[in-house]
Design a protein around this ligand. Structure first.
Ligand code: RB5
Length: 155
């Protein structure tokens, strides 16, 4: 799979560990920075990775900051991004099966390397179930489309 990955300074070391793990697992990995542990701003990387994924240049994105919160909030501002913040595999797997999540956010100050790699692996292995879940994801897409007008999705 083609995976885009990004982090801020707080998650630089974990991003490197996950990036290497993904390469060793046979994935084609696009590193979108940060490229050093120097202080930087997570929204820059959240947006970059999310746009790369939504435009179809990668199958999935992995974004990591201190808590994962800033990255997930930022990535989800990009229309078409469905970024889930997960600190355990259950949420990550169900976000693929039910929400067709296309980005995974994690917190480098929350979880360690072993757990982060396990969460990524299970996220990438899981498949969207479609069916009734597709109808709900379509409503999420409608939220994106209605963003400018602030129209209610059920109106
Ligand atoms: C950086 O100190 C920290 O705020 C950032 O990595 C992230 O946790 C924000 O959500």
């Amino acid at each position: 799979m083609k995976i885009a990955i990004g982090s801020d300074h707080a998650a630089f070391a974990l991003k490197e560990a996950v990036r290497i793990h993904l390469i060793e697992s046979g994935h084609d990995v696009k590193d979108m920075g940060a490229y050093t542990p120097e202080r930087t701003d997570y929204p820059v990387y959240g947006e970059k990775v999310a746009r790369y994924v939504v435009s179809g240049q990668a199958d999935f994105g992995v974004v990591i900051c201190g808590t994962g919160a800033g990255m997930s909030i930022s990535a989800n501002k990009v229309p078409g991004a469905r970024c889930v913040l997960a600190s355990e595999p259950y949420t990550a797997v169900l976000s693929r099966r039910h929400n067709d999540a296309n980005l995974l956010a994690m917190g480098a100050r929350v979880i360690g390397e072993g757990l982060a790699c396990m969460i990524v692996d299970q996220f990438l292995d899981a498949e969207f179930e479609g069916g009734r879940h597709a109808d709900r994801v379509a409503l999420i897409t409608k939220l994106d489309e209605n963003r400018e007008s602030q129209t209610n999705i059920l109106s």
